[in-house]
Design a protein around this ligand. Structure first.
Ligand code: 9WO
Length: 236
């Protein structure tokens, strides 16, 4: 399948991939060629016999820094300019569902996973990398974030999740949190399924779900609620 969505991951731990993405729906889509994954060991681009990829921080301080020349060699060998080049970093722009959808609609992505204290700043600048963050926390490396980003994108690719994904996306695309979900048993530890959901009245169900999504967004994410109201006013 020539036009499969193609992910290239540059990492010091290629054995971390596909990891969980090799299972379930993403794994089946990978096996059937809906998407492609090439996990590349940055260490293969080291130039010395010790395969050195890092150095002590200039100016002193803890940890080690990934060398610009080695990272640049890996990017230049493996990255196609037709795809976004993303460095997973706590400093990055927060990933949103809209950006995930945009990535899914493109040809693929090159993801750069840092380790140690991160990359020499000069390679981030020289290769015009886009820094993306999944949230305000620090992992031991970019790989878990890369796996999460790829999961979010792959589930949106045609034929991977079907209606479930499109249904769920509406709430995020509309800027609201997901409404509550229920299924049998009818009673769980004395807690009933809300009557409206077993009423058979689809209009009432849709109204209840929208109201719940708005209530949860107001209560839990006032930032999203404020944006939703502004966007709603714009589209009025
Ligand atoms: C390591 C370190 C060691 C000693 C003192 C300070 C230190 N800071 C770091 C550090 O921030 N390492 C990062 C590890 C460098 C970039 C790759 N790593 C990473 C990416 N951690 N967390 C992310 C990440 C990526 C996307 N969204 C959230 C977090």
């Amino acid at each position: 399948m020539n036009d499969a969505w193609a992910a290239t991951v540059l990492t010091l731990f290629p054995e971390m991939f596909p990891g969980p993405l090799g299972l379930s729906l993403a794994g089946r889509a990978l096996a059937s060629g809906v998407w492609k994954l090439d996990a590349v060991d940055i260490r293969d681009f080291a130039t010395d016999r010790h395969r050195t990829v890092d150095g002590t921080p200039s100016g002193g301080g803890p940890g080690m820094v990934m060398r610009a020349d080695v990272v640049a060699a890996a990017v230049d060998a493996m990255h196609s300019a037709a795809k976004p080049l993303i460095y997973l970093s706590p400093r990055g722009k927060r990933l949103t569902q809209a950006r995930v959808r945009a990535l899914a609609e493109g040809p693929g992505v090159t993801l750069l996973c840092g380790r140690f204290e991160g990359l020499d700043e000069r390679v981030i600048e020289a290769r015009a990398m886009e820094e993306v963050s999944l949230g305000d926390f620090v992992l031991s490396g970019g790989e878990p974030a890369a796996l999460a980003l790829l999961d979010a994108v792959v589930r949106l690719l045609p034929g991977v999740m079907g209606a479930a994904a499109s249904g769920e996306e509406e709430s995020f695309e509309s800027g609201l949190l997901e409404y509550p979900h229920y299924t049998r048993p009818q009673v769980f530890e004395g807690r009933e399924i809300p009557e409206v959901l077993t009423s058979g009245d689809h209009a009432r169900v849709a109204r209840w779900r929208r109201e719940e999504a708005e209530r949860l967004t107001r209560e839990r994410r006032p930032d999203l609620w404020e944006k939703f109201q502004k966007d709603g006013r714009k589209s009025d």
